[in-house]
Design a protein around this ligand. Sequence first.
Ligand code: URA
Length: 185
Amino acid sequence: MVQKSLSELKNEVSGCTRCELCKTRTNVVFGSGNENARIMFIGEAPGEKEDLSGIPFVGRAGQLLDKFLEAIELDRESVYIANMCKCRPPSNRDPRPEEQDMCIEYLREQVRIIKPSLIVCLGRISAQRLISPDFKVTKQHGEVYDKNGFNIMGTFHPAALLRNPNQKPEALKDFLIIKEYAKGL
Ligand code: URA
């Protein structure tokens, strides 16, 4: 099978009508960053700012993510950032399991193309879907698992850190692990 490029996949996804979210979205938020990234972050789903701009994590949570990246000497151009679901759920509700089912094959293709050294799930939604259904972020964050030959960890969603800033030191410890993977172990 000939592998698609990321831009071919992006073109395909831009017209997606596999689930109801296509009716209310402004833009598909495919993902952004470095096609050869060692680190790939996976959030939940776009919010309002992301829906309007077509770029993941550009709101307040995204600004906090940028600060954590800066703290470990990375930036958006050196990593890849995507979401479980590529279209905004109305009123920012959690994406439904069936919406995730429709979108997950696109994410799998992104992972196959990028081949990151470490996948980082931002928050419960992507960690429970990609690591294990009973994943508890507060207990298991920072632990690196092997899933189908890929290293994968969960950490706090930056929006959760905005609500609970007392968890930021724990999150920073996770980012120091991410830094090691970014450098190459
Ligand atoms: N929250 C997410 O999970 N993803 C985004 O792109 C923005 C906010």
